[in-house]
Design a protein around this ligand. Sequence first.
Ligand code: 5AD
Ligand code: SF4
Length: 439
Amino acid sequence: MDKKYLYISTIGCQMNVHDSEQMAALMEKEGYVGTKDVNQADLIILNTCSIREKAAQKVMSSLGRFRRLKEKKTNLIIGVSGCVAQQLGDRLLMKVPDLDLVLGTHNIHRLPEFIAEIEKTGTKIVETSLSEETPSLGIVTLPQIGQVTAFVTIMQGCNNFCAYCVVPYLRGREESRTQEDILNEIRNLAGIGVKEVTLLGQNVNSYARSTKGASGFVGLLNEIEKIEGIKRIRFTTSHPKDISESLIAGFAGLSKLCKHIHLPVQSGSDRILSLMNRKYTKFDYLAKVANLRKSCPDISITSDVIVGFPGETDGDFQETIDMMNEIRFDNLFSFKYSERQGTAALKMNSKVSEPVKMERLRILQALQEEHTLEKNKALEGRREEVLVEGFSKNCREDVMGRTSTNKIVNFAGHGNLIGEIVPVYIKEAYLHSLRGEML
Ligand code: 5AD
Ligand code: SF4
């Protein structure tokens, strides 16, 4: 088999990062070797995100760059996958005629077949059908030698239809993998030395909800807990309305479950939460946070907030700020509301102007920086258990790892610590990381 090179560019969330890993694994079997040099590529895949307009625009600018490479290398194949591919389908081919493949979110498993067809006949392919059951859910990736952490998809899709969100339209309805499939994949990962798994899904708390006889998300966590070699379990993302009492109790009872939860709140105003179709109130959310902290006092809580949702007044925004002051998140990802085709919010009145959105984002981010630093500083002088993932970005004399609460720690250490959980004394805290000393 001839050696060919695959370059994948990924925009978007961890789910997309993992989809890219899956595509690389599939194409490796066909003789494609991954490359970080786009000029070397025989096949370029742009794995896209459409959650906000900005991410979708990034796709067009990247494609402009890749198209020019085709002038020099006429047999170069360019494909677009992910949410923008799903959304635009053959319209994308009309916009960018040099494109060879438009691959929707449920069709990743067909990538090798499509590439073989394009190589043979030069035909252009668009496949964006959404099926109820998709084999792409179970594609197993090939971790690198020495890889410490790995993503494992447990479900995909979403049934919630939040008023601002395109995900239910582009990723389809919720679909869960079988527990056995997931456990087998994790056992294999443990067998080759992976120490930490992050379970992925748009709404992991509804894992196997509609599967008869299944023990749900907490049942799955209980089973993963038993797998030898796996030392830590993380998951993302959760919907506040679906966080169960048993999961909250799991933060106290499951020894491998990391003390971190990403729990997107979106707004602190009940009126806006209702318009967003989030199906919980600020009171419900605060109660979940209180219960989480009761079950696990050290838990770190991160969240997402959208500013400038249609109809958001200064008063609504102030309620979000008040809630942030009350909860004090460890970290917060905040976004300006972005209009998306097909969503319910598109038709809502009282749109918030761009300058107001920008100002609200600025205020909110400045406040969050204070809270993040305050939370990180509280760790100074403490001993933390750190799973070492690799060398530090800027210094090969240092290693980096994470606390159970998902804070990055850098400290002087040898490469043979990679994959070990070690005790580290936290000397200094910054906004994005901690500096420590191994004990
Ligand atoms: N505009 C702005 N932010 C959005 N998100 C989802 N859809 C939109 C949108 N239309 C944010 C939400 C979600 C995160 C992944 O992206 O906060 O939790
Ligand atoms: Fe989008 Fe809401 Fe589903 Fe999350 S829960 S993916 S925000 S529709």
